[in-house]
Design a protein around this ligand. Sequence first.
Ligand SMILES: NC(=O)c1ccc[n+]([C@@H]2O[C@H](COP(=O)([O-])OP(=O)(O)OC[C@H]3O[C@@H](n4cnc5c(N)ncnc54)[C@H](OP(=O)(O)O)[C@@H]3O)[C@@H](O)[C@H]2O)c1
Length: 268
Amino acid sequence: MNDKQFCVIGWPLSFTLSPFIFNTLFDELKLNASYSRNPLKKEELQSFVHSKKVTGFNVTTPYKKEILPYLESLSEEAHQTGCVNLVYEENQKLVGHNTDGLGFIHILKKQDISLEKKNIVIMGAGGLSQTLAYKCSEHKAKHVFIVNRTLEKAQKICTQFKYCEQTQLTSSHLKDLKNALLETDIILNTTPLYFSHFKNLSRNTVLMDFTYDRIETPYEIEFKRNKVNFINGKTFLIAQALYSFQKFFPQYEDIFQYEKKLQNTLNC
Ligand SMILES: NC(=O)c1ccc[n+]([C@@H]2O[C@H](COP(=O)([O-])OP(=O)(O)OC[C@H]3O[C@@H](n4cnc5c(N)ncnc54)[C@H](OP(=O)(O)O)[C@@H]3O)[C@@H](O)[C@H]2O)c1
Protein backbone atom coordinates (compact mmCIF):
# COMPACT_ATOMS: atom_id res chain seq x y z
CA MET A 1 0.00 0.00 0.00
CA ASN A 2 1.36 3.44 -0.91
CA ASP A 3 1.76 6.00 1.86
CA LYS A 4 0.25 8.85 -0.09
CA GLN A 5 -2.59 8.53 -2.53
CA PHE A 6 -3.69 11.16 -5.01
CA CYS A 7 -6.23 11.22 -7.84
CA VAL A 8 -8.02 13.30 -10.43
CA ILE A 9 -11.80 13.64 -10.24
CA GLY A 10 -14.18 14.54 -13.06
CA TRP A 11 -16.95 13.09 -15.19
CA PRO A 12 -16.89 11.21 -17.48
CA LEU A 13 -13.07 11.22 -17.16
CA SER A 14 -12.78 8.77 -20.02
CA PHE A 15 -9.26 9.92 -20.93
CA THR A 16 -6.67 11.62 -18.76
CA LEU A 17 -2.88 11.70 -18.83
CA SER A 18 -2.59 13.01 -15.26
CA PRO A 19 -2.01 9.57 -13.63
CA PHE A 20 0.76 8.90 -16.15
CA ILE A 21 2.49 12.23 -15.38
CA PHE A 22 2.30 11.93 -11.59
CA ASN A 23 3.19 8.22 -11.43
CA THR A 24 6.19 8.88 -13.69
CA LEU A 25 7.39 11.55 -11.25
CA PHE A 26 6.76 9.29 -8.23
CA ASP A 27 8.86 6.56 -9.89
CA GLU A 28 11.66 8.99 -10.82
CA LEU A 29 11.81 10.34 -7.27
CA LYS A 30 11.22 6.93 -5.65
CA LEU A 31 8.28 8.28 -3.68
CA ASN A 32 5.92 5.92 -1.90
CA ALA A 33 2.86 7.44 -3.58
CA SER A 34 0.30 6.66 -6.27
CA TYR A 35 -2.08 8.69 -8.43
CA SER A 36 -5.29 7.29 -9.93
CA ARG A 37 -8.29 8.46 -11.92
CA ASN A 38 -11.54 8.71 -10.01
CA PRO A 39 -14.64 9.32 -12.15
CA LEU A 40 -17.30 10.84 -9.88
CA LYS A 41 -20.97 11.56 -10.47
CA LYS A 42 -22.23 14.97 -9.33
CA GLU A 43 -24.14 13.49 -6.37
CA GLU A 44 -20.90 11.83 -5.16
CA LEU A 45 -18.83 15.04 -5.22
CA GLN A 46 -19.57 16.44 -1.76
CA SER A 47 -19.12 13.13 0.09
CA PHE A 48 -15.86 12.45 -1.74
CA VAL A 49 -14.43 15.87 -0.80
CA HIS A 50 -15.42 15.50 2.85
CA SER A 51 -14.20 11.90 3.10
CA LYS A 52 -10.55 13.09 2.86
CA LYS A 53 -9.76 9.65 1.39
CA VAL A 54 -6.72 10.92 -0.49
CA THR A 55 -3.83 13.24 0.38
CA GLY A 56 -4.71 15.58 -2.46
CA PHE A 57 -6.51 15.59 -5.79
CA ASN A 58 -6.92 17.41 -9.07
CA VAL A 59 -10.29 18.52 -10.35
CA THR A 60 -11.28 18.54 -13.97
CA THR A 61 -14.39 19.11 -16.10
CA PRO A 62 -17.17 19.60 -15.03
CA TYR A 63 -16.40 20.28 -11.33
CA LYS A 64 -13.94 23.20 -11.35
CA LYS A 65 -16.63 25.62 -10.20
CA GLU A 66 -19.04 23.16 -8.55
CA ILE A 67 -16.44 22.16 -5.97
CA LEU A 68 -16.03 25.64 -4.45
CA PRO A 69 -18.80 25.40 -1.78
CA TYR A 70 -17.27 22.21 -0.32
CA LEU A 71 -13.84 23.71 0.39
CA GLU A 72 -12.67 25.43 3.57
CA SER A 73 -10.23 27.87 2.04
CA LEU A 74 -9.23 29.20 -1.38
CA SER A 75 -5.83 30.34 -2.62
CA GLU A 76 -5.58 33.78 -4.22
CA GLU A 77 -5.41 32.18 -7.70
CA ALA A 78 -8.58 30.14 -7.05
CA HIS A 79 -10.38 33.10 -5.54
CA GLN A 80 -9.55 35.41 -8.47
CA THR A 81 -10.38 32.94 -11.24
CA GLY A 82 -13.39 31.37 -9.52
CA CYS A 83 -12.06 27.93 -10.50
CA VAL A 84 -10.30 25.13 -8.63
CA ASN A 85 -8.29 22.35 -10.27
CA LEU A 86 -6.33 21.27 -7.20
CA VAL A 87 -7.35 20.42 -3.62
CA TYR A 88 -4.89 19.71 -0.80
CA GLU A 89 -4.83 19.89 2.98
CA GLU A 90 -3.02 22.68 4.81
CA ASN A 91 -3.30 23.29 8.57
CA GLN A 92 -6.11 20.71 8.62
CA LYS A 93 -8.11 22.73 6.13
CA LEU A 94 -9.10 21.70 2.62
CA VAL A 95 -7.62 24.31 0.30
CA GLY A 96 -8.72 24.88 -3.30
CA HIS A 97 -6.07 26.18 -5.68
CA ASN A 98 -5.86 26.90 -9.40
CA THR A 99 -2.73 25.81 -11.28
CA ASP A 100 -4.32 26.13 -14.75
CA GLY A 101 -3.69 29.87 -14.84
CA LEU A 102 -0.11 29.42 -13.59
CA GLY A 103 0.56 26.70 -16.19
CA PHE A 104 -0.84 28.88 -18.97
CA ILE A 105 1.43 31.83 -18.12
CA HIS A 106 4.43 29.51 -17.65
CA ILE A 107 4.03 28.06 -21.17
CA LEU A 108 3.68 31.48 -22.77
CA LYS A 109 6.76 32.80 -20.95
CA LYS A 110 8.81 29.81 -22.06
CA GLN A 111 7.86 30.55 -25.65
CA ASP A 112 8.56 34.26 -25.18
CA ILE A 113 4.93 35.18 -25.90
CA SER A 114 3.51 38.22 -24.12
CA LEU A 115 -0.21 38.87 -23.62
CA GLU A 116 0.26 42.61 -23.16
CA LYS A 117 -1.65 44.73 -25.71
CA LYS A 118 -2.66 41.58 -27.62
CA ASN A 119 -5.98 40.74 -29.26
CA ILE A 120 -7.03 37.34 -28.00
CA VAL A 121 -9.87 35.03 -29.01
CA ILE A 122 -10.99 32.43 -26.49
CA MET A 123 -13.16 29.66 -27.92
CA GLY A 124 -15.46 28.21 -25.26
CA ALA A 125 -16.82 29.60 -22.01
CA GLY A 126 -16.38 26.82 -19.46
CA GLY A 127 -14.15 26.64 -16.41
CA LEU A 128 -10.90 26.79 -18.32
CA SER A 129 -12.02 29.74 -20.44
CA GLN A 130 -12.90 31.66 -17.28
CA THR A 131 -9.38 31.15 -15.90
CA LEU A 132 -7.77 32.10 -19.22
CA ALA A 133 -9.88 35.26 -19.57
CA TYR A 134 -8.83 36.39 -16.11
CA LYS A 135 -5.14 35.69 -16.74
CA CYS A 136 -5.24 37.53 -20.10
CA SER A 137 -6.68 40.57 -18.36
CA GLU A 138 -4.22 40.27 -15.46
CA HIS A 139 -1.40 40.33 -18.03
CA LYS A 140 -2.81 43.44 -19.72
CA ALA A 141 -4.23 42.02 -22.95
CA LYS A 142 -5.84 44.69 -25.10
CA HIS A 143 -8.97 42.78 -26.13
CA VAL A 144 -10.30 39.39 -25.09
CA PHE A 145 -13.08 38.11 -27.31
CA ILE A 146 -14.91 35.05 -25.98
CA VAL A 147 -16.93 33.05 -28.49
CA ASN A 148 -19.19 30.25 -27.34
CA ARG A 149 -22.06 28.04 -28.45
CA THR A 150 -24.05 29.24 -25.40
CA LEU A 151 -23.69 33.02 -25.55
CA GLU A 152 -24.88 33.68 -21.97
CA LYS A 153 -21.92 31.82 -20.51
CA ALA A 154 -19.45 33.96 -22.47
CA GLN A 155 -21.29 37.13 -21.43
CA LYS A 156 -21.08 36.13 -17.78
CA ILE A 157 -17.30 35.68 -17.92
CA CYS A 158 -16.92 39.11 -19.53
CA THR A 159 -18.73 40.81 -16.67
CA GLN A 160 -17.18 38.85 -13.80
CA PHE A 161 -13.58 38.06 -14.67
CA LYS A 162 -11.90 41.26 -15.66
CA TYR A 163 -8.73 42.18 -13.80
CA CYS A 164 -7.41 45.35 -15.37
CA GLU A 165 -9.16 48.34 -16.90
CA GLN A 166 -6.90 48.26 -19.97
CA THR A 167 -8.47 45.01 -21.13
CA GLN A 168 -11.70 45.05 -23.07
CA LEU A 169 -13.69 41.83 -22.71
CA THR A 170 -16.45 41.10 -25.22
CA SER A 171 -18.43 38.05 -26.22
CA SER A 172 -20.20 36.58 -29.19
CA HIS A 173 -21.84 33.42 -30.44
CA LEU A 174 -19.59 30.75 -31.94
CA LYS A 175 -21.08 31.41 -35.38
CA ASP A 176 -19.20 34.77 -35.40
CA LEU A 177 -15.84 33.07 -34.96
CA LYS A 178 -14.68 33.68 -38.53
CA ASN A 179 -14.89 37.47 -38.09
CA ALA A 180 -13.25 37.32 -34.67
CA LEU A 181 -10.24 35.56 -36.13
CA LEU A 182 -9.48 38.26 -38.69
CA GLU A 183 -7.37 40.47 -36.44
CA THR A 184 -6.34 38.20 -33.64
CA ASP A 185 -2.84 37.62 -32.26
CA ILE A 186 -3.57 34.62 -30.05
CA ILE A 187 -6.32 31.96 -30.20
CA LEU A 188 -7.07 29.82 -27.15
CA ASN A 189 -9.28 26.86 -28.07
CA THR A 190 -10.99 25.22 -25.09
CA THR A 191 -13.67 23.48 -27.20
CA PRO A 192 -13.42 20.07 -28.85
CA LEU A 193 -14.06 21.61 -32.26
CA TYR A 194 -11.93 21.49 -35.41
CA PHE A 195 -12.03 24.58 -37.59
CA SER A 196 -10.87 24.26 -41.13
CA HIS A 197 -10.69 28.05 -41.67
CA PHE A 198 -7.77 28.29 -39.23
CA LYS A 199 -5.55 27.54 -42.16
CA ASN A 200 -6.06 31.10 -43.47
CA LEU A 201 -4.57 32.72 -40.38
CA SER A 202 -1.47 34.86 -40.44
CA ARG A 203 1.78 33.04 -39.71
CA ASN A 204 2.27 35.27 -36.68
CA THR A 205 -0.89 34.05 -35.00
CA VAL A 206 -0.45 31.78 -32.00
CA LEU A 207 -2.92 28.93 -31.57
CA MET A 208 -3.05 27.10 -28.26
CA ASP A 209 -5.30 24.04 -28.27
CA PHE A 210 -6.14 22.83 -24.77
CA THR A 211 -7.82 19.55 -25.68
CA TYR A 212 -5.26 16.80 -25.85
CA ASP A 213 -7.33 13.64 -26.01
CA ARG A 214 -6.59 13.10 -29.67
CA ILE A 215 -3.31 12.22 -31.36
CA GLU A 216 -3.11 14.95 -34.02
CA THR A 217 -5.98 17.05 -35.20
CA PRO A 218 -6.37 17.87 -38.90
CA TYR A 219 -5.63 21.53 -38.19
CA GLU A 220 -2.61 20.70 -36.04
CA ILE A 221 -1.10 18.88 -39.01
CA GLU A 222 -2.06 21.79 -41.29
CA PHE A 223 -0.63 24.33 -38.86
CA LYS A 224 2.67 22.56 -38.47
CA ARG A 225 2.95 22.37 -42.23
CA ASN A 226 2.32 26.13 -42.52
CA LYS A 227 4.70 26.95 -39.65
CA VAL A 228 1.94 28.68 -37.71
CA ASN A 229 2.79 29.04 -34.03
CA PHE A 230 0.98 26.07 -32.53
CA ILE A 231 1.03 25.13 -28.83
CA ASN A 232 -0.09 21.62 -27.95
CA GLY A 233 -2.44 21.17 -24.95
CA LYS A 234 -0.16 18.50 -23.50
CA THR A 235 2.56 21.09 -22.74
CA PHE A 236 -0.02 22.98 -20.70
CA LEU A 237 -1.19 19.78 -18.99
CA ILE A 238 2.36 19.03 -17.88
CA ALA A 239 2.95 22.58 -16.58
CA GLN A 240 -0.24 22.71 -14.48
CA ALA A 241 0.56 19.20 -13.16
CA LEU A 242 4.06 20.31 -12.07
CA TYR A 243 2.56 23.27 -10.19
CA SER A 244 0.17 20.78 -8.51
CA PHE A 245 3.09 18.51 -7.64
CA GLN A 246 4.80 21.42 -5.88
CA LYS A 247 1.77 21.77 -3.60
CA PHE A 248 1.65 18.01 -2.89
CA PHE A 249 5.42 17.84 -2.20
CA PRO A 250 6.71 21.38 -1.44
CA GLN A 251 10.20 20.03 -0.72
CA TYR A 252 10.70 19.37 -4.48
CA GLU A 253 11.22 23.00 -5.46
CA ASP A 254 13.08 22.05 -8.65
CA ILE A 255 10.41 19.71 -10.00
CA PHE A 256 10.29 21.70 -13.28
CA GLN A 257 13.61 20.07 -14.20
CA TYR A 258 11.42 17.11 -15.31
CA GLU A 259 9.32 19.23 -17.67
CA LYS A 260 11.37 18.60 -20.81
CA LYS A 261 11.60 14.87 -20.13
CA LEU A 262 7.81 14.62 -19.72
CA GLN A 263 7.28 16.67 -22.90
CA ASN A 264 9.53 14.29 -24.83
CA THR A 265 7.80 11.23 -23.36
CA LEU A 266 4.37 12.61 -24.28
CA ASN A 267 5.55 13.72 -27.71
CA CYS A 268 4.54 17.39 -27.27
N1 LIG B 1 -4.56 20.43 -21.49
C1 LIG B 1 -4.97 20.49 -20.23
O1 LIG B 1 -4.21 20.31 -19.28
C2 LIG B 1 -6.36 20.82 -19.92
C3 LIG B 1 -6.71 21.38 -18.68
C4 LIG B 1 -8.02 21.73 -18.46
C5 LIG B 1 -8.96 21.47 -19.45
N2 LIG B 1 -8.59 20.91 -20.62
C6 LIG B 1 -9.54 20.64 -21.69
O2 LIG B 1 -10.09 21.87 -22.10
C7 LIG B 1 -11.43 21.68 -22.47
C8 LIG B 1 -12.31 22.69 -21.74
O3 LIG B 1 -12.30 22.45 -20.36
P1 LIG B 1 -13.39 23.16 -19.42
O4 LIG B 1 -13.11 22.74 -18.04
O5 LIG B 1 -13.50 24.60 -19.75
O6 LIG B 1 -14.72 22.39 -19.94
P2 LIG B 1 -16.24 22.89 -19.85
O7 LIG B 1 -16.45 23.74 -18.65
O8 LIG B 1 -17.08 21.66 -20.02
O9 LIG B 1 -16.42 23.81 -21.16
C9 LIG B 1 -16.37 23.25 -22.46
C10 LIG B 1 -16.62 24.34 -23.48
O10 LIG B 1 -16.60 23.73 -24.79
C11 LIG B 1 -17.82 24.04 -25.47
N3 LIG B 1 -18.22 22.89 -26.27
C12 LIG B 1 -18.27 21.59 -25.86
N4 LIG B 1 -18.71 20.81 -26.88
C13 LIG B 1 -18.94 21.64 -27.92
C14 LIG B 1 -19.40 21.44 -29.24
N5 LIG B 1 -19.69 20.22 -29.70
N6 LIG B 1 -19.54 22.52 -30.05
C15 LIG B 1 -19.21 23.77 -29.60
N7 LIG B 1 -18.77 24.02 -28.36
C16 LIG B 1 -18.63 22.97 -27.53
C17 LIG B 1 -18.84 24.32 -24.37
O11 LIG B 1 -19.86 25.14 -24.92
P3 LIG B 1 -21.27 25.38 -24.14
O12 LIG B 1 -20.96 26.38 -23.07
O13 LIG B 1 -22.17 25.89 -25.18
O14 LIG B 1 -21.67 24.04 -23.58
C18 LIG B 1 -17.97 25.01 -23.33
O15 LIG B 1 -17.82 26.37 -23.63
C19 LIG B 1 -11.78 20.22 -22.15
O16 LIG B 1 -11.65 19.46 -23.35
C20 LIG B 1 -10.71 19.81 -21.18
O17 LIG B 1 -10.41 18.42 -21.28
C21 LIG B 1 -7.31 20.60 -20.88
